[in-house]
Design a protein around this ligand. Sequence first.
Ligand code: ADP
Ligand code: MG
Length: 162
Amino acid sequence: MKSLPYFCRGEVVRGFGRGSKELGIPTANFPDSVVEHLPGDISTGIYYGWACVGSGEVHKMVMSIGWNPYYKNTKKSMETHVIHTFKEDFYGQILSVVMVGYIRPERSYDSLDALISAINHDIEEAKRNLELPEHLKLKEDNFFRADGSNSTTTSNQILNGH
Ligand code: ADP
Ligand code: MG
């Protein structure tokens, strides 16, 4: 996918209440405005990369891009699981991410256990791949340091780092 790495940020909004948190894998949802700007070659499936909440630390992440049931599966959704334990929820805060690589397509699972185990595999693969020097470099990208005061972007704008 030629659009990778892909940088974007947006406010964390409420998701579909699918109970991801109860599974131990909360996923922070981006608003439609961010999803609509995804380049055409970014297909649905599971991605890995780096993420940062507000001006906090940069953590590893896995992201699922899927079809949004609210729009009868005609629009995509982007859900990021940050590989870090947060003390509190961060709805309303700005989530900045860089999608670095693709893991696998979406698929459905026979059981909840199978789904959870697949996601845990994705998390392990993400952790491993992100240790590659070319990926570690992106963690230090200025994109994650911009505090807005010296740039013309605002938190409401969608950024594509290319
Ligand atoms: P929703 O359906 O509203 O997306 P989830 O059960 O998926 O609900 O929980 C997502 C919310 O959990 C995020 O919006 C965020 O505020 C919070 N959260 C806490 N820890 C994490 C994490 N490690 N990764 C992503 N979201 C997290
Ligand atoms: Mg969610």
